[in-house]
Design a binder for this molecule. Structure first.
Ligand code: ATP
Length: 362
């Protein structure tokens, strides 16, 4: 089965682009494939753009190429209409927040933020530091050392330091990965609203799909050095173009079928398609697009029903997720938390969402 074209579909920012990246390539070792291959995307003014993908797919390298910490083999980078591909990092007008924050431990919060403002002197410098510390809500901690702050607070100091010089773009490399789950959620919300408040565009690198979906205005799913799909979180989640994107961004059921226009015959019966297709297709059906019901065997209809057996149930508070054996196939089905089935129960599987075509041909 061939998957659909891996050319990234066009997805442009709503606002005029502040950053344009065209055909970026980077190879570290001759004889090995490039780590970044023909990567192109745009980031709009004030837009948060996420680069999402599995470990080692080239996200950080892409970010470092944009920042100027690495030199691209080919490709161009424009910031606010100016080509910056050959400029050193300090002349690019881009802020960077590192995964480990990279704060100076011997300097106070104030001095850390002031560090990037060497072009300002005296009162102007002091005022700018206090303005940015006010923005991130850390004015009261200005005299503390980073070691005397929580992880989330250190994160905000790193963000304050990055935005203090007034960059046109901020790059954030896995900025929430060292925070625990509860702090990650609140810090993520804070960082998002701070970026929106300051109107600075941002690229967020993450391997956490939930983070990308909830923080980004648009995102690109990266695989083996290439952008496989770019779009808004809703577009990419609801209309994945490849099996990889469908599986990486949330969970899904991949089901083969024979399409005839807006319908396809599949092992789950005839199901409705989100778009027209003909012939052999591979379909993605999200677990929340399926549901379970008790079998209708006592009505003499069992032969016509799609009946399966519950293999496992996973209660997650806000939902109940089942694994169902249906013939030779295993399906994932997401139900409401009150759903009553247990392993071993016979159940009917109902399809109530349109399936998305993620591959064509045999
Ligand atoms: P992670 O989520 O694990 O940080 P990533 O998607 O950010 O992964 P990169 O850090 O960009 O991936 O690395 C992509 C590939 O390039 C990896 O195989 C990595 O080993 C390799 N790589 C990165 N930097 C260098 C370097 N300076 N020299 C040689 N190889 C490198």
């Amino acid at each position: 089965m061939k998957t659909q074209s891996t050319q990234p579909p066009v997805s442009n920012p709503v606002a005029p682009p502040i950053l344009r990246v065209q055909g970026l390539c980077k190879r570290f070792h001759p004889g090995f494939p490039p780590v970044v291959q023909e990567v192109s995307f745009e980031v709009g003014q004030g837009e948060i753009f996420a680069l999402l993908g599995p470990s080692g797919c080239g996200k950080t390298t892409t970010l470092r190429l944009v920042a100027g910490f690495e030199q691209a083999d080919s490709g161009q980078i424009w910031l606010d209409g100016q080509e910056i591909s050959q400029r050193p990092p300090e002349e690019r007008g881009i802020g960077f927040v590192f995964q480990d924050y990279a704060l100076f431990p011997h300097l106070s919060v104030f001095e850390n933020v002031a560090f990037g403002l060497r072009h300002l002197r005296g009162k102007a410098r002091q005022e700018r530091v206090l303005e940015v510390l006010g923005l991130v809500g850390l004015t009261v901690f200005k005299d503390r050392k980073p070691g005397e702050l929580s992880g989330g607070q250190q994160q905000r100091v790193a963000l304050a330091r990055a935005i203090a010089p007034g960059p046109k773009l901020v790059l954030l490399d896995e900025p929430f990965s060292s925070l625990d789950a509860a702090l990650r959620q609140s810090t993520r919300d804070e960082v998002r609203s701070l970026l929106k408040q300051s109107g600075i565009g941002a690229i967020l690198v993450t391997h956490d799909q939930e983070e990308a979906l909830s923080v980004a205005d648009r995102l690109a799913v990266m695989r083996a050095g290439q952008l496989e799909q770019t779009g808004t979180p809703e577009e990419v989640y609801h209309h994945p173009r490849t099996p990889f994107v469908a599986q990486f961004l949330g969970r899904t059921n991949l089901i083969p079928g024979e399409a005839r226009g807006l319908e396809a015959d599949t092992p789950l019966g005839r199901i409705v398609l989100a778009e027209e297709a003909q012939g052999a297709v591979l379909l993605s059906l999200r677990p929340e697009g399926l549901s379970l019901a008790a079998p209708l065997g006592h009505l003499g209809l069992s032969g016509k029903q799609l009946e399966g057996t519950v293999l496992a149930r996973e209660f997650k508070g806000h939902d109940m997720t089942y694994r169902i054996q249906l013939g030779t196939r295993e399906l994932t089905v997401q139900e409401s938390p009150e759903s009553p089935f247990h392993p071993g129960d016979r159940v009917r599987v109902l399809v109530h969402a349109k399936a998305v075509v993620v591959g064509r041909g045999r």
